[in-house]
Design a binder for this molecule. Structure first.
Ligand code: GLU
Length: 298
């Protein structure tokens, strides 16, 4: 039997908010329910977007909610060598290429048309690296645990950036190299990343990495009907026990787990014990269908 290995992988662009609590909590419950490991990866590959101290705040917030991870924290800023190696493997197979084009040059196309595939058009300009979408499996298909069968045409996705012109690693390459390195079997994360999954599956295929199972969660909307995010100024999660307890309960309600109301005043350990014992991702089905009907194959 394979051992479940899940992860929470926040970008430390600010403290965690209620939306990120939902992703952390669901991935934690799914892992613990299956006696699995739950790993923490801080996705700090983009230093200008990550204010000093944000990662430490995230670690404290997770601890305040009783979401204790297994093993050491995995930091993406330490993983440059692994990303470089992954990129050179792709290049050696002819799957990655340097590209000088700017967004402005291809603005009349729905996705980047692959002009630099055989050679960069302007080799003296700063170069990004892209993945060829025309050489991998087509269509890209997988079974999402909540949203059902997903099917994407790679040519509609285009050649995704792996390394940026400013030299920073792009999310898609880093996430795939790290999920592979950490032996992740199960990814549980927000619906906003469902559209990124086909690129990640292309990369897993190209790098001969195992493909994790995916469970995308319906997004939690704020009172204004907008996605909860740092951009929308969702408030930071508290760290004081008296504020944490009711919020953890609210997160279980938002995940459609129907926790008893008396649990809201209980310590986080008691709430999490209850939630692990009762964890049922299928309870999210109705919300998933209501929120994202187009993506529901069921
Ligand atoms: N770092 C990403 C974020 O904070 C999540 C990555 C993932 O779960 O794959 O949105």
């Amino acid at each position: 039997m394979r051992v479940y290995r899940g992860r929470f992988a926040p970008t430390p662009s600010g403290p965690l908010h209620f939306g990120s609590l939902i992703a952390a909590l669901a991935s934690y419950l799914d892992a613990r329910r299956q006696q699995g490991h739950w790993l923490l990866r801080i996705e700090d590959i983009d230093p200008p977007r990550c204010p000093a101290g944000a990662a430490d705040t995230i670690l404290r917030q997770l601890e305040a909610f009783g979401l204790h991870w297994d093993g050491p924290v995995h930091w993406q800023h330490e993983r440059g060598d692994a990303y470089r190696e992954a990129l050179s493997r792709l290049e050696a197979q002819g799957l990655a290429y340097p590209c000088s084009c700017s967004r402005k040059q291809w603005r009349d196309h729905p996705v980047y048309p692959g002009w630099c595939r055989t050679a960069p058009r302007e080799p003296d300009k700063p170069l990004a690296w892209r993945l060829r979408c025309d050489l991998g499996p087509t269509p890209i298909i997988w079974q999402d645990r909540l949203f059902g069968l997903q099917r994407f045409d790679p040519s509609a996705l285009g050649d995704v950036v792996l390394k940026r012109k400013d030299g920073l690693w792009a999310y898609q390459l880093a996430v795939v190299a790290d999920d592979g390195d950490q032996g992740i079997t199960d990814v549980v994360r927000g619906f906003d990343l469902l559209d990124n999954t086909p690129w990640q599956r292309q990369l897993q295929h190209a790098l001969a990495l195992p493909e994790p199972r995916y469970l995308h969660l319906p997004l939690i909307l704020g009172d204004n009907g907008q996605k909860l995010s740092k951009q929308n100024l969702a408030p930071a999660l508290p760290e004081q026990e008296d504020a944490v307890r009711p919020l953890l309960h609210r997160a279980l309600v938002a995940l459609d787990q129907a926790p008893p109301s008396a649990l809201a005043t209980e310590p986080v350990t008691a709430q999490l014990d209850w939630a692990v014992a009762h964890w049922s991702p299928r309870s999210l089905q109705a919300t998933a269908e209501r929120r994202e009907p187009r993506h529901n194959a069921l």
